[in-house]
Write a protein that binds this ligand. Sequence first.
Ligand SMILES: Cc1ncc(COP(=O)(O)O)c(C=O)c1O
Length: 436
Amino acid sequence: MLHAIGFDQVYERAQGAYLYDRDGNSYADFLAGFGVFGVGRNHPVVRAALHEVLDGELADLVQFDTPLLPGLLAEQLLAKAPGLDRVYFCNSGTEAVEAALKFARYATGRPRIIYCDHAFHGLTAGSLSVNGAAEFRQGFDPLLPDARIPFGSLDALQAELRKGGVAALIVEPIQGKGVQVAPPGYLAGARKLLHDHGALLICDEVQTGLGRTGRFFAYQHDDVEPDMVTVAKALSGGFVPVGATLAKDWIFGKVYSSMDRVLVHDSTFGANAMAMAAGLASLAVIEDEQLVSSAERTGGALQAALAELVDEYEMLAGVRGRGLMIALEFSKPRSLKLRAGWNMLQAARRGLFAQMVVGMLFRRHRVLTQVAGDYMEVIKLLPPLTIGDTEVALFLDAFADVMDDAHQGGGLMWDFGRTLVKQAVSRPAASGPGRG
Ligand SMILES: Cc1ncc(COP(=O)(O)O)c(C=O)c1O
């Protein structure tokens, strides 16, 4: 797959928003390891914290003790999430989601979790049960009892709640797949409906959290207080696997209600010192470098400049997103001249035009991006929050060049398109699945 899309590249080192190959060429990283490198790659403050942990010979993972670092990190996270009181630490986004699903079921005593079309919450069995894309689920049935609804529809939520037995709705405030932004008021409306029916709101902030969208948590664009929030990816600056489930005190109180139940949900490596120190350092960087407001400002400027290109390029249908989580959507050209190429790609597989743009951004300009999901003509920009005017200009130049070429029927670009078609037809798996 990597070879087919031209991504079979070895990198030697990385710094901030750039990767470097062995010849010293730099690559602008608008993918950030699926959003892990919010503070940029190899941030010196996080590195220094990790060195200190190693050199400090800490008494880590004693298991029956009261370690300081998880307490401190929990305190810092909760300070950013008014209304939430407790934190469970684990090792990844999907584990944070698993915890939220289990907590919701136990705390409410109900089995059903509602989730949205196109949702992505991870790929372990519980998280997969709330995955809104058939290509990930296929062949893994039976999963947990599920109830899928359209993203953004309060009517559908209400209808599902009326059927009873619902523990929670889990939702990404901005869906990673396709970068769909929740309509204004949706999360607040959902919370009210859920609470009216004794169910909980879980906001999955694994991708959107920690400043990515121009708020510390993306749900904070809406006036809403979720019952649980999941966090991972950027929390450790990309150095140590980490995840966290933030919740209200009463939920923890129910789950861990007695001496017998203190280990009822746990993970051996969760709350390890490396992850916790990296988390504390990353939060300090986010604060010190004002990355939340910077993401809002830089992302806003990049989106505005990209939106201006919609009138210029007929295959660019729209730009959406928030902060530095941005989608560029392509659509069928009006002019006959361009339709032949577009149709050739579509006939082989939907999403190949976007893949072609991703490939050309990379081959020609060494800009790393991704398609925003399987079978969609959308690319996603998820750069480190540390980018500034230089990277915005770099991306705009590269993108305009690739779009110029696509619209002029540029030979090299469509040749690459034909290579993708051959791959898609002969080895369909080589084109996906898009991670979202
Ligand atoms: C919203 C969301 N939730 C959960 C996950 C799963 O995280 P992980 O890959 O760390 O298990 C992802 C990963 O992309 C995600 O975007």
